[in-house]
Design a protein around this ligand. Sequence first.
Ligand SMILES: *Cc1c(COP(=O)(O)O)cnc(C)c1O
Length: 428
Amino acid sequence: MTDVQMNGFDTLQVHAGTEPDPATGARQVPIYQTTSYVFKDADHAARLFNLEEVGYIYSRLTNPTVGALANRIVALEGGAGGVCTSSGHAAQIMALYPLMEPGRNIVASTRLYGGTYTQFTQMFKRFGWSCTFVDFDDPKAVAAAIDDDTRALFCESIANPGGVVTDLDAIAAVAEEAGLPLVVDNTSATPYLCNPIAHGATLVVHSTTKYLTGNGTVTGGALVDSGKFDWSASDKFPSLSQPEPAYHGINFHEALGPMAFTFHSIAIGLRDLGMTMNPQAAHYTLMGIETLSLRMQKHTENTQVVAEWLEGHDKVERVTYAGLKSSPYHETGKRICPRGTGGLFTVALKGGYDDCVKLVNTLQLFSHVANLGDTRSLVIHSASTTHRQLTDEQREAAGAASNVVRFSIGIEDPEDIIADLKQALAAL
Ligand SMILES: *Cc1c(COP(=O)(O)O)cnc(C)c1O
């Protein structure tokens, strides 16, 4: 296939990272359900452990099925390399682990997935890390929050709980000026709608649990490195740019250039943290990702129709969807997500908290679940669930005030989605 052009997104989502199985010719990627791999001889084993030759040692580090998925996601994101992880949250830790040490901090957007907020405030403390939260609509405030101990900026492209698009160009400029990597969670947008690396991101993380798998079957995550960051430009990233005692003194950046972060992620991150994706999960996600563009087109079309309908409803106070002309993120959305701004948005109801609870109880086609990015339409009242542990002010800043419900619009017929919303709103 080497001479044939394979550049388009629709082609890559079906072919990238895979070829017919070399052992059997199997057209689909086999599920390599094995923990370990026989070395050809002692020399071969030594070369693998020295990172002189790329190959398989043990499935906590690499596995052909998981590797096929990682390579496909890397191709779709336009990265240099990457790894898959056991969940989206694992991918976030894997992204930060090579950059951080006790006493270091990151600067992150206030608008984050609820679980990410908890990870950055609670779990971080145990590592001696901290996070400063800033409104990423204000790049000057982001720049002002950076100090000598900051090691990364973190935001979502289409930010939870929906309707907000981060101006990645502006934030990447701040990161570049400060000599810091920008980490972008591209879960809600997917590489079909947004290409963070093209807008200056260094690292991209995903919860593959959502749109990339698309059918709500498995949790998983992915981490993609652009390969473009110069880890040796300062002394801020010693694990990548100086001899690393955790891997017999190798200088990853010197030895591996643009693949330094990826090899560090495998040789140290997956080896020591063990947050590995299993081959069954990789298989489900490989099946799902083949239709990513088709689903995202339908999600986006449906969401536009449903958001417009809701905006005109008299029980609705506000709809925050960047696809609406009324959205302050409409223009940014067109630049950052030129194919559309995805399937998530929030609705503020005039009837407040009680009406939100009643709405989620009355909807029938919609499933009330703590998930997004499924083929099915989903709804959640963030204030009483995912954002429950936040204070009122934090919820407000995160776009999850108590009178707000979040929708993840599926790929059903839009008429049926609207009919369900109509009956539920009528019952309020
Ligand atoms: C779901 C989600 C995560 C966490 O992913 P898991 O696979 O649940 O660990 C992180 N970020 C965003 C935007 C998400 O939607």
